[in-house]
Design a protein around this ligand. Structure first.
Ligand SMILES: *Cc1c(COP(=O)(O)O)cnc(C)c1O
Length: 834
């Protein structure tokens, strides 16, 4: 048993701890205790922030009970453990989720009512934990929820960024970034665990020493060390007694009190060193699906990998002793993209240099415990780090990578003798003016499993990017289609729909979303349809209120709510959406409005601060919105709004209130998408390309419940060769007028020429996103959607069918597949008797 887990003070030694009460009376009592005695507030304090904190601590202690029980159950079961390593966890708020998963929603609401408070007002005080950019980070958060709900012993490892994803303001139509100091008022959900602090080394140099017995040992000397201090967050399963752990590392200086070594003059330098150490976890890099070669980012990656692996090894040694024969059977690491892939050489280093294993022993263990998930096909998003940077920051790691590569290339050479081109193509080290470490190749070589995140994506990976590796090791490659957790993305964010579904099919669908298919039976029941419509209508009013408050634009809930929210990126083609909006505006201005469907278009998302085109697209959306919304001729027929600061908490209001979900990426570019699944689950109908998980969504709902358009991935690559946007524009009068409005400066009367780069991008034969190619087909699909919306009964039916067919897109299904295909963990029920 772990030294620090010995029963120094087991509950029996103190007293039999009684389970905390789960009823409203008990909650009121504990709330009062925290409010008055813990937080030290009094009855005259009017600041609702302390009411939030008091309820958070009240809920937290109920989590802690179950957290401890879960840990004891895992230790007793002595079973295999999974670790999800990710540089991002986009958690959002914790209170509402904890209340839901503990089954406290009714007693907690009642308790607050007794105190003259509203639970949801308190919940609104919480700042999102925005420790991620977008889909990849939110996936990690949904995965943790599903692991806990399936009672799998899985621990998340990540970084406790002092500043999460920036807050986005819109000023004069342009994005302005503000730092997100989310920890300023403290975080009641985290537990600092300084007793599990680890030491991470950087810099220095390597030495090889010949020992007396002829063996060699490797030393990494003169390093600059940083402490990694863990902060644990509880991850509750859905009403099952399980609470898992997300462990986030904060960097802290090691040498601050080592001042004797410095003379008086070095004092300030010494304190400055402290800053440098603590900078490592200061800020999340706000680039989604693109890379930059910043040293600090590589430091973050190694810091996470090293601290997490040392933590796992320390626990292993304290429980099993210094023997690693069974380590690989009992541990599994899932790498969320290549960001944590330093874990491959770091595990080798720890096992060899610190535990004395041979290369072969360490390699066996590493390649039986590491599994890698790829998240993108975009070449610019494939991570590469320069060899000199690696040598400077982690010289010992570079040595190990070079040795891994040498042995790997030996394997390639014996499989394909004389094929030097293949060697060059597959090498972990890319040759060139400056050598680069290809992190994806390092991850593939070091892992026993490589997966994509949707069927098309996984197929394109083995046909394209990773083709050579697939030829060498076909058995490594597999698909795990993404999902979202139905707790946050249905039960929590859409209580109206949840009540309605529960009344008809029971509440089993929350823990087992496949059961939501039972709702299809009611798709033709007029009473159910009416109720469904009323719920959607109320959710649209809630969304309209948010748009009114945040954008000052009035959305009429009778209109079609047409929504595209996601990171702003050219491949996601917000630009195509804008072209359609301009086309609708042009139709209104020309009086072409027979059979018109009123429409409210909502677009939201953050652009990477250095991504010029993405920021210009935000400006265009805002300028078009202003012209459209201020034109009295347009009226209620068309409204356009850009919602600032898109984040998890905003999506919880947006997806339940959406009619039409825009998933319009260039086919072959969106690995999966998960926003598409949240919308579908909440009864929105997708207008989308045959890309990522859209394909599987369409398979589930059927062609008649999905507005498909655009080139297929295959067609995109074929058409690319003789792509001629000028010809397309000339042949399409609608698109020609849209381009005319853009080039004439209609949306930038007093900002001459600012949108020229956008026009140029659309008109370029080398436009990688082929915006013009899909315009006609997009407009046609949009027209079908607008017409379909006028038949309210038919639309409501489509909406019901979309929700009812969303069972596949629960992360419970995704995680079950990870477990059956990759992890092989045994569920542990902490409440099981005996
Ligand atoms: C779900 C989600 C995403 C991912 O959306 P996509 O449309 O799949 O890109 C990004 N950000 C937030 C806040 C989300 O909730």
């Amino acid at each position: 048993m772990h030294d620090k887990e010995k029963n120094i003070l087991c509950p029996q030694n103190i007293c039999e701890l009684e389970a905390l009460p789960m009823d409203a009376e008990g909650l009121v009592k504990d709330f009062a205790h925290h409010y008055f005695h813990h937080l030290g507030r009094d009855r005259f304090c009017r600041n609702i922030r302390y009411h939030y904190q008091a309820i958070a601590y009240t809920i937290r202690e109920r989590l802690i009970e179950r957290w401890n029980n879960t840990r004891y159950a895992y230790i007793n079961a002595n079973t295999k453990t999974g670790y999800y390593l990710s540089l991002e966890f986009l958690m959002g708020r914790a209170l509402g989720n904890a209340v839901l998963n503990l089954g406290l929603d009714e007693p907690a609401a009642e308790a607050m009512q007794q105190l003259g408070l509203h639970l949801e007002d308190l919940a609104d005080q919480e700042i999102d934990a925005g420790l991620g950019n977008g889909g990849l980070g939110r996936l990690a958060a949904c995965f943790l929820d599903s692991c806990a709900t399936l009672q799998l012993p899985v621990m998340g490892y990540g970084i406790r960024y002092e500043y999460g994803m920036f807050r986005q303001r819109i000023e004069d139509g342009r994005q302005v970034e503000e730092p997100d100091h989310w920890l300023r008022d403290g975080n009641p959900w985290e537990m600092e665990r300084p007793e599990y602090t680890q030491r991470v080394r950087f810099g220095g140099r390597c030495e090889t020493r010949r020992n007396d017995d002829g063996t060699v040992s490797f030393c990494w000397l003169d390093t600059h060390d940083v402490f990694a201090v863990p902060y644990d967050l509880p991850i509750p399963g859905y009403r099952n007694g399980t609470v898992n752990t997300l462990r986030l590392w904060k960097a802290a200086a090691t040498d601050v009190f080592d001042l004797e070594e410095f003379n008086a003059g070095s004092y300030t330098e010494s304190v400055a060193m402290k800053n440098e150490a603590e900078n490592i976890t200061m800020v999340l890099y706000p680039n989604d699906a693109s890379e930059n070669g910043k040293a600090l980012r590589l430091r973050q990656q190694y810091f996470l990998a090293s601290a997490s692996l040392q933590d796992v090894l320390q626990r292993w040694i304290s429980r099993q002793g210094k023997t690693f024969a069974h380590f690989a059977e009992r541990n599994c690491f899932q790498l969320n993209d290549t960001h944590p892939s330093c874990a491959v050489p770091e595990l080798m280093r720890l096992l060899m240099d610190e535990q004395g294993l041979t290369w072969d022993e360490a390699w066996q263990i590493t390649t039986r415990t590491m599994a890698y998930t790829n998240h993108t096909l975009l070449p610019e998003a494939l991570e590469k780090w320069s060899v000199p940077l690696f040598r400077q920051l982690m010289p010992r790691l570079l040595e190990i990578i070079l040795e891994i590569n040498a042995r790997f290339l030996g394997e390639v050479a014996s499989r394909w003798p004389g094929d030097s081109e293949r060697l060059r193509n597959m090498s972990i080290i890319e040759e060139g003016e400056v050598q680069q470490v290809r992190m994806a190749y390092l991850a593939i070589v070091g892992s026993f499993s490589v997966n994509g995140v949707a069927a098309l994506h996984s197929e394109l990976l083995v046909q394209g990017l990773f083709r050579d590796f697939y030829e060498l090791w076909p058995e490594k490659f597999n698909n795990k289609t993404n999902g979202v957790t139905p707790r946050r993305w249905l039960a929590r964010c859409n209580p109206g729909l949840t009540r309605l579904l529960t009344a008809r099919i029971g509440d089993g669908f929350v823990a087992d979303l496949s059961k939501i298919s039972e709702a299809v039976r009611f798709a033709d029941d007029p009473e159910f349809r009416r109720e469904w419509h009323d719920v959607k209508r109320a959710n649209k009013e809630r969304l309209a209120a948010l748009v009114q408050e945040q954008c000052g634009v009035t959305f009429n809930p009778d209109s079609l709510f047409d929504v595209q929210v996601k990171r702003i990126h050219e491949y996601k083609r917000q630009l195509l959406n804008v072209l359609h909006v301009i086309h609708l505006y042009d139709r209104i201005k020309r009086g072409d409005t027979d059979g018109w469907t009123d429409r409210c278009v909502l677009i939201g998302g953050k652009a990477a601060p250095g991504y010029y085109m993405a920021k210009l697209i935000i400006k265009l959306i805002n300028n078009v919105a202003r012209v459209v919304n201020e034109d009295p001729v347009v009226g209620d027929r068309l409204k356009v709004a850009f919602l600032p600061n898109y984040r998890v908490t905003a999506m919880e209001v947006i997806c339940p209130g959406t009619d039409l979900s825009e998933q319009i990426s260039t086919a072959g570019k969106e690995a999966s998408g998960t926003g598409n699944m949240k919308f579908m689950m909440n009864g929105a109908i997708t207008i989308g390309t045959l890309d990522g998980a859209n394909i599987e969504i369409r398979e589930e709902v059927g062609d008649e419940n999905f507005f498909v358009f655009g080139l297929t991935a295959e067609e995109v690559e074929r058409e690319r060769r003789n792509y001629n946007p000028a010809g397309i524009v000339a042949a399409d009068p609608d698109l020609e007028r849209v381009m005319q409005l853009l080039t004439s400066g209609h949306f930038n009367m007093f900002e001459k020429g600012i949108f020229d780069p956008i026009v140029k991008a659309i008109m370029s034969p080398h436009d990688p996103w082929m915006v013009a190619a899909d315009f006609r087909s997009f407009v046609r699909a949009q027209r079908q959607a607008a017409e379909a919306y006028q038949d309210r009964e038919a639309w409501v039916r489509m909406s019901i069918v979309n929700s009812a067919r969303s069972g596949k897109f629960s992360t419970d299904r995704t995680i079950s597949e990870y477990n059956e295909g990759i992890w092989h963990l045994r569920p542990v029920d902490p409440e099981a008797k005996g």
